[in-house]
Design a protein around this ligand. Structure first.
Ligand code: CUA
Length: 194
C-alpha cells in the first residue's frame, strides 16, 4: 500500500500519454472516465473501428499486450444456448432467476456473469448430465458448497463435465475468484432432488 500512490501517479501519466498520442487518429477512441472521475487504469480500453485484428497484430509485434474485453453479451453463442436451455426447461423461478430441470442425460448450461450464476439448476440424484460452464465477461471461480468442487471459469471457453449428483439437497455455488465490486454477492444454486 505504501507504493500505491506512486503506482497510480505513474499509470495516470502513462494514460495521459496514450490519450494525447491517440488524439486525432481516425477510428480509434480511448474509453475515458466520465466527468471528473478518476480511473485506476487497470486497463487502457480503446474502441477500434474496422480492421481490429490488423491493429492487434501490429501492436503484438511491437510488444504491446492486447485483448478483446467485454464482448457484448447478446452476441455470444454460449449466452444464446444458455437462454434457450433455460426457456425450454424452466419449472419455477427464484427472485427472477429461472429454476431449470432438464431430463437426465441431457446437456445443461450454467453461465457466470457479473454478478450471478445463471440459471438455477435442478438435477435428479443418481442421474448423469453433461454440465457446460462458461463466463460471459471476466474470470469467475466456480466453487460448489459444501462439496469443495472448484473450477476456473474463463470467458470464451465451454467447459463440459459429466456429472452425477450423489446426494440430494440445496447447494450453493460461490464465486471464489475476485471479479469486481459485486463479487461477494455472486452466489448461485444447484438443487438435487430424489
Ligand atoms: Cu464472480 Cu467473483
Amino acid at each position: 500500500l505504501r507504493k500505491l500512490d506512486r503506482f497510480m501517479e505513474r499509470r495516470r501519466a502513462l494514460a495521459a500519454r496514450y490519450v494525447s498520442a491517440l488524439k486525432g487518429i481516425p477510428g480509434v477512441r480511448p474509453v475515458l472516465p466520465a466527468g471528473g472521475d478518476l480511473s485506476a487504469w487497470h486497463l487502457f480500453p480503446v474502441l477500434v473501428d474496422g480492421d481490429r485484428d490488423g491493429v492487434f497484430n501490429r501492436l503484438r509485434e511491437a510488444g504491446v499486450g492486447v485483448q478483446v474485453h467485454y464482448i457484448p453479451v447478446h452476441t455470444q453463442p454460449y449466452y444464446a444456448r444458455t437462454m434457450a436451455f433455460a426457456a425450454q426447461y424452466k419449472i419455477a423461478e427464484d427472485r427472477g432467476v429461472p429454476i431449470v430441470q432438464a431430463p437426465p442425460g441431457s446437456d445443461i448450461y450454467l453461465v457466470g456473469l457479473t454478478f450471478q450464476w445463471y440459471p438455477i439448476l435442478q438435477l435428479e440424484r443418481g442421474k448423469e448430465y453433461m454440465l457446460h460452464l462458461s463466463s460471459l465477461d471476466v474470470n469467475h471461480g466456480f466453487s460448489l458448497f459444501p462439496v469443495n468442487v472448484n473450477f476456473q471459469i474463463i470467458p470464451g471457453y465451454d467447459y463440459a463435465l459429466r456429472v452425477t449428483p450423489t446426494a440430494s439437497g440445496d447447494f450453493r455455488i460461490i464465486c471464489n475468484e475476485f471479479c469486481g465490486i459485486g463479487h461477494h454477492t455472486m452466489v448461485g444454486r444447484v438443487i438435487v432432488v430424489d
